[in-house]
Design a protein around this ligand. Structure first.
Ligand code: SF4
Length: 379
């Protein structure tokens, strides 16, 4: 379980702005987790699993939105059978989420689950948990051991005076050791608390003691912008420390929104390649309505396939500098905008045509770059 110490020893040899901690690698339906693999984005369906058509449609929608792994709740036998039917309808790797009943975990493995997510503390004694471990081993699928503040073991709660970061980390270490003792090889770990400081501190404490791949998330983050910000804050702190191999953003919202937020966090940290809009906040120097231009450009960027940086700047004072730094950019002035590409000034266009002209340049560059590797080698 011990992680090699020293700043270089614990970091994976992949080129990202944040050196990654090296964890053991497992594979979930062909998607690698850990060992320096790109941080993957997960989502969870919110349909009634027994409704096969609705669950398959949502899993497919999540995959199309960018989820690399989709988790499905398996609360009863009917859901376990439905899981297998969903499995046959979609290609994205599927994780079965099990609580309490070890037989459901075994059945989900039999039905083609690519990973089992469980809280070993509520699965039962070693005999039962051992049967789940054996089923996972037989099919070569990993287990995710989830530790939640809400289900912390009573003895740890008492010893630590509550679900403290140290108590949660201890619970995770204990859980992994139990799974190892029962013969599990491929184990992913997660620690979740409803608040950012506890999740961050507990996860930091855990990585000092474990090299198992980590699933990140702020559970029960809540609703709307507040939840997005809480999730982003927690994830960004850990990812910037090189911690985390896969993530799920939990929102009381459309699950595709969870995927979108997860991907955006990874892109903002440059852990994921993709086109990026840079737009200025438009101060008192701006003489145009910049937001509609930025919105039009952002919408048009959805079809770009390469990680272009596209800048929309609001004035001719500071705008040209930023626009030149981007791959393509514009600096807006009163009634007109100057276009730039790769540091060179291209031409001046009427402001009403600026967004479309910028997008046309971006598409031209995208076409050229899609056929050859981009010079920025990110994960
Ligand atoms: Fe203000 Fe110009 Fe900077 Fe935009 S680019 S924030 S308009 S100074």
């Amino acid at each position: 379980m011990a992680l090699p110490s020293g700043p270089a020893a614990g970091c994976a040899p992949v080129q990202t702005p944040w050196p990654r901690r090296l964890t053991r690698q497992v594979t979930v339906g062909g998607v690698p987790l850990g060992g320096g693999a790109p941080v993957s984005v997960q989502a969870m369906t919110k349909t009634d699993t027994r409704d096969v058509a609705a669950t398959a449609a949502q899993a497919q929608a999540l995959a199309e939105a960018g989820a690399e792994i989709v988790r499905i709740a398996v609360p009863d036998e009917e859901a376990a059978a439905a899981f297998g039917r969903v499995r046959r309808l979609v290609a994205v790797p599927l994780v079965a989420d099990i609580h309490f009943d070890y037989r459901l975990a075994i059945e989900a493995a039999r039905q083609g689950a690519d990973k089992l997510r469980l809280n070993p503390g509520n699965i039962g004694d070693d005999e039962r948990l051992g049967q789940v471990v054996a089923a996972a081993r037989e099919r070569g699928i990993p287990l995710r051991a989830g530790v939640n503040a809400g289900s912390l073991e009573p003895d740890l709660r008492q010893a630590h005076g509550g679900p403290t970061p140290a108590a949660l980390a201890e619970s995770a270490v204990r859980t992994v050791a139990r799974l190892e003792r029962l013969g599990a090889d491929d184990i992913v770990v997660s620690i979740k608390a409803a608040d950012v400081p506890t999740t961050v501190a507990a996860t930091r404490a855990l990585v000092e003691r474990s090299d198992r791949p980590l699933h990140l998330g702020i559970t029960e983050a809540g609703f709307g912008e507040e939840a997005v910000i809480a999730s982003t804050a927690g994830l960004a702190i850990l990812l910037a420390e090189g911690i985390g191999d896969t993530l799920r953003v939990s929102l009381t919202d459309d699950p595709c929104r969870e995927v979108e937020v997860g991907l955006r966090v990874l892109r903002a940290l440059e852990l994921r390649r993709g086109p990026r809009l840079i737009s200025c906040p438009a101060c008192g120097r701006c003489r145009v309505a910049l937001r509609p231009i930025a919105e039009q450009v952002l919408a048009g960027m959805a079809t770009l396939r390469t990680p272009l940086r596209v800048a929309v700047m609001g004035c001719e004072v500071n705008g040209p500098g930023e626009a030149r730094e981007a791959d393509v950019g514009l600096a807006a002035g009163k009634g007109k905008a100057v276009l730039f590409a790769r540091g060179r000034k291209l031409r001046t266009v009427p402001i009403e045509e600026a967004a479309e002209a910028l997008l046309a340049e971006a598409r031209r560059m995208d076409e050229g770059e899609a056929t050859e590797p981009h010079p920025r080698p990110l994960s």
